[in-house]
Design a protein around this ligand. Sequence first.
Ligand code: SF4
Length: 430
Amino acid sequence: MQLLSFDRLEPWQVPTAAYVHIPFCRRRCYYCDFPISVVGDRPPLSRRQAQAEQEFGTIAEYVEMLCREIAMVQADEPLETVFFGGGTPSLLTVEQLEKILSTLDQHIGITRQAEISIEIDPGTFDRSRLQGYKAAGVNRVSLGVQAFQSELLAACGRTHTLDDIETAVEWIHQVGITNFSIDLISGLPHLTLENWQDSLQRAIAFAPTHVSVYDLTVEPGTAFDRWYKAGTAPLPTDELTAQMYRIAQATLTCVGYEHYEISNYAKPGYQCRHNRVYWENRSYYGFGMAAASYVNGQRFTRPRKRREYYEWVQALQQRQGAIDCPVVSLDEQLLDTLMLGLRLADGLAIDPLVVRFGKDTIQQVLDCLQLYLQQGWVELLDQTGQPIEFTRQSENPSGELPEIDRIRLSDPEGFLFSNVVLTALFEQRT
Ligand code: SF4
């Protein structure tokens, strides 16, 4: 693989995280535009064997290509985190998951204390599969619950039932995976505030270490896009979804979850280490169809169709693993760092930004955020974590930046209006 001529690699430039994309689902949820292949719903018993064989063949072929891609990496450091995302990675057999993990270990290395996460969907695995995943090294699971009301699950095309959710959590507890996350979606069609509060309470009752709360986006080309208009019934209004966001923040923080990222909450010590790599704009490997990677200063997204991905892997072998795409410019690095870092409750430390991008540039960024500082959506903090005033460059003849330690969005209002703030930054920098 082609390496950049960095004089000295900064820690953020050495990937120690790997995302592995498993692009198979039983059927497509009505709101989903992810690159996936549909392998079929639960068939009647008589057809299950035939379908299982066909499904196994398709996924096995994919795992083969995935491992060929992984085997081409020339790594500097072993992996601290591995994340199996999808799609529905819990459609992998234990043997398939083991094969991917052992390929990663053989060609890159996985540290003993690595966080190894997998997204699992209720109704797509059983206890013995989960036990097998754990034995293979998985130590964190993320359960795609989305809602705790049957009619809402059906209305968004999910294949699982409330019983599936109960059983899945029972198995997670029984096999002893203590670090598990529950995913919920706010803003679903027909979702009321009462339902939303109920979903949050029922999620909390399962005692997960982590909760992700995503707001529904109606993506072009999805069934929802054909059926609904954003902000119009049966989708909740913008005001109602904002209320759902505030309710989630108040409810989860009240019972000890830290709101550590716009959409994510964790009990102390259980933030997702893998996802922090993205938000801190550090390098990471991506493997599989449609997976993105950030290695050697190059951001690269693999083909979104299975056959095209297979052809790409074959071509990559002929190029001996060299990915041909431009290096991310310094301006793009700044924008990425701001857009991603401001998603975190910690926000961004100013000193490293000044060292990397220059004092004048960071002063311009702060100027751009002035309006939002006044609105209380953006906060500047000193070293003790206390808020401080900010002076525009034009009103600051010394040219010195005030003693700002960090910059962050406020919680919940700054997070809620993050799109407005980030759009202003984007427009200033492009
Ligand atoms: S399970 Fe996830 S990836 Fe699969 S179709 Fe549904 S939303 Fe998309």
